[in-house]
Write a protein that binds this ligand. Structure first.
Ligand code: GLU
Length: 268
């Protein structure tokens, strides 16, 4: 009798927990996105966030069972993405986050949901910069913890880093430095640079000679295979039902034609 009653009680608790999990309950789902990258993740004056990463993240959250009201957007900059995931400060990161082996040592990735390449933004009237090699003797701005400046340091060395590289917290902070001629170039993903260029037409020039392959992944807790599988399924659905293409067209303007088809997912 007593055993049966406890059993019933446990069952009720289990059902309740399952129901809460299924609909997200009162839980918030915290998503790390960039706040300073037009077209990808940009904070609006009304406090909302807008961009391709935001659209991808919203789609995934809904597929995981969360309503729009349950989503909490948290700003992540390049350098705090891994720690935020590791410390549980965010449930996932969708922030122009390239899948790399080094990052895979501490977090896991779903995706990729977009592929772009590292490129260069200069002032419109500067014709001396034509590709990666030009940067060897130019002042470059990049974001701390981002794979873009790291790639240049790998190529040009530590001495170059000391002499030519300026690191900011985010790429948005590099823009005024380029405008005011404190640096000659910003180098990072073409997606990010195209977004900046489109905001102030005629002022900057995207060189258009990409020199890497950046696969954008969704950052998740390491080895949470269950969530990674669910997120991959959500991304696959977004590719298949036309929502991915719609988000590309809605956010990338003239640059949208660079993303005609979705990439192949890397399931592991
Ligand atoms: N996609 C590159 C990275 O994940 C550069 C952009 C960024 O830092 O957000 O590091």
């Amino acid at each position: 009798m007593r055993v049966r009653r406890i059993g019933a009680l446990l069952l009720t608790a289990a059902t309740l927990a399952a129901t809460l999990t299924a609909c997200g309950g009162d839980d918030k789902f915290v998503i790390g996105v960039k706040f300073d990258q037009p077209g990808l993740g940009l904070k609006q004056t009304d406090g909302s966030v807008k961009g391709f990463d935001v659209d991808v993240a919203t789609y995934i959250a809904k597929e995981l069972g969360y309503t729009g009201d349950q989503i909490e957007w948290k700003e992540t900059v390049s350098a705090n993405r891994e720690p935020f995931i590791q410390q549980g400060q965010v449930d996932m990161v969708v922030a122009t986050y390239s899948i790399t082996d080094k990052r895979k040592e501490v977090i896991s990735f779903a995706g990729p949901y977009l592929v772009t390449g590292q490129d260069i933004l200069t002032r419109a009237d500067d014709t001396t910069i034509t590709g990666q090699d030009s940067l060897q003797t130019k002042k470059v701005c990049g974001a701390q913890g981002s794979s873009s400046p790291a790639r240049l340091v790998e190529k040009f060395g530590e001495e170059w880093k000391g002499q030519f590289l300026t690191e900011q917290q985010g790429y948005g902070a590099c823009l005024p430095l380029l405008d005011q001629k404190q640096v000659d170039a910003i180098s990072t993903d073409a997606t990010i640079l195209a977004g900046f260029a489109a905001q102030q037409p005629g002022k900057f020039r995207l060189v258009g000679q990409p020199f890497s392959e950046e696969k954008y992944g969704v950052g998740l807790k390491k080895d949470d295979k269950e969530t990674r599988d669910k997120v991959n399924a959500a991304i696959e659905k977004m590719f298949a039902d036309g929502s991915w293409k719609k988000a590309v067209d809605a956010n990338f303007g003239e640059f949208a034609s660079a993303f005609a088809t979705p990439p192949a997912l890397e399931k592991y």
